[in-house]
Design a protein around this ligand. Structure first.
Ligand code: BGP
Length: 476
């Protein structure tokens, strides 16, 4: 058999703050990403305390999915999508986060999206936290440094999961919380996207603050998993991790060990969510740093009862481990050490299709639970002429990645249940805030200076993906 299994989910993945816009409509409160300016490859996005006049904040309009979702979902249906991963923006449901009652308009808005998907037989896969939370929870409560956040999050989760009972089966508790580990040199940007706090703002010992944020989010994740299944036993709960496998520089055992450690650090939360307990090795590592985390009996119970049902994997690139010594190469190049065997995207991300097969095998063998590729794709500059976009580079990237994923499934027997391409419609780049870093099968007339009439156009890759889905990947 040369086809993907019939029940395999084919689709895409989008996130509210990168596509919705309408930041002050429908009763939405201000969220952390609404204070994030646009940037570029060279200039980092800024997080401002107030909305500064004359400055572009990409989330405010984005691609205006808020007013275009019916049209956009119809286009996804034309490609034959059987799944779409969306995120719910917490600040549309609880504008401040600590209210007693939710905002009904926000609940209605997502309900209509979900029902539109179901109408087209597209399975909604709903992420509950994709860098979206009310800014009020950061300013008043100090974000995830405060355990109260877990209760606010659970209240929000309970509200939406109850509201969409029977409509949504697949839930994702968090997107990419693994970027907040104290030992992974969490970038300022990811610290902000996950907590609404900048690295500088973290009080006291920064490593300790990151450990606490990571722990509280992990605990919130397992508590949510239990709650979501309690609301409906048919619910299937996952968490999404953004992992880029790390290769050793060479076969020097020292470098092998460095690579192992660098990559393994990204797995402690998956361990916590799959093994039913917060990993002891992590607690001991924290101890070595002078960080003492107490795990109460109640917390241990939550880990034991909150295992996830599937792992979501966001895969874009692989990396090469630093040598751990003063090495010019480690510092010299953007994005760390470059792999001489791989080409990079315009944004410096190493293109490595085999890395996807490796990641799937590596992760599946550790936990033996289903994996869904929840993001994968290439950000590229597209040129449109007379409404036509020839994006053969995107087709080539996807073709190669999908064919490695196919080998993982059909030859290596990895239980991979779906492929959700990142940004099936052009949207705002999370790391740079740009529009010109485009991922989509569908082009959106929106540009980095905020101009554009928001019209949608089908790229060549639109027809290519449609064919792949139609033929269940036979030609890959
Ligand atoms: C992941 C995020 C997405 C998405 C993607 C691509 O880390 O989960 O939100 O944006 O990366 O990154 P970028 O948009 O910066 O190219």
């Amino acid at each position: 058999m040369n086809k993907f299994p019939k029940e395999f989910y084919w689709g895409g993945s989008i996130a509210a703050h990168q596509c919705e816009g309408a930041w002050q409509e429908g009763g939405k409160g201000p969220g952390i990403m609404d204070y994030c300016t646009s940037g570029s490859y060279e200039i980092a996005r800024r997080f401002t305390k107030k909305i500064e006049e004359g400055i572009l904040y990409p989330s405010h309009e984005a691609i205006d999915f808020y007013h275009h979702y019916k049209e956009d979902i119809a286009l996804f249906a034309q490609m034959g999508f059987t799944a779409l991963r969306i995120s719910i923006d917490w600040s549309r449901i609880y504008p401040k986060g600590d209210e007693d009652k939710p905002n009904q308009e926000g609940l209605n808005y997502y309900k209509d999206i979900i029902q539109t998907l179901i109408k087209y037989h597209i399975e909604p896969i709903v992420t509950l936290f994709h860098f979206e939370m009310p800014i009020h929870l950061v300013r008043k409560y100090n974000s995830w440094l405060n355990r109260d956040l877990i209760d606010f999050y659970l209240k929000y989760v309970k509200t939406v999961v109850t509201e969409y009972k029977g409509l949504v089966k697949y839930w994702v508790t968090f997107n990419e919380m693994n970027h907040i580990d104290p030992q992974t040199e969490a970038s300022d940007f990811f610290v902000y996207m996950l907590s609404g706090l900048t690295y500088k703002e973290l009080p006291g010992d920064k490593k300790k603050a990151l450990a606490i944020i990571g722990y509280n989010m992990t605990l919130a994740g397992v508590k949510a998993a239990k709650l979501i299944r309690k609301i409906d036993k048919n619910n299937i709960v996952g968490c999404v991790f953004g992992i880029h496998p790390i290769y050793p520089r060479d076969c020097n055992p020292v470098n092998i060990m460095n690579a192992f450690k660098e990559m393994d650090r990204d797995y402690y939360q998956i361990d916590a969510m799959c093994n039913g307990k917060f990993p002891l090795y992590k607690l001991k590592e924290y101890d070595d740093f002078g960080i003492h985390l107490e795990i109460s009996e109640e917390d241990s119970k939550a880990f034991a009862e909150g295992r996830i049902d599937f792992i979501g994997m966001n895969y874009y690139q692989t990396g090469v481990a630093k040598t751990g010594e003063d090495n010019e190469d480690d510092e010299k190049l953007f994005g760390g050490v470059q792999n001489p065997f791989l080409k990079q995207s315009k944004w410096g991300w190493a293109i490595d299709p085999i890395g996807l097969r490796y990641l799937l095998n590596y992760t599946y063998r550790k936990y033996e639970i289903p994996i869904m590729i929840t993001e994968n794709g290439i950000g590229a500059v597209d040129n449109m002429e007379n409404g036509i976009i020839h994006d053969d580079y995107r087709i080539e990237y996807l073709q190669k990645h999908l064919s490695e994923m196919k080998k993982a499934i059909l030859e290596d027997h990895v239980e991979c249940i779906g492929y959700l391409m990142w940004g099936p419609i052009d949207l705002v780049s999370a790391t740079t805030g740009e529009m010109k870093k485009r991922y989509g099968f569908i082009y959106v007339d929106k540009h980095d200076d905020g101009s554009g009439d928001l019209s949608r156009y089908k790229k060549d890759s639109f027809y290519w993906y449609k064919h792949i889905i139609e033929t269940q990947g036979e030609d890959l």
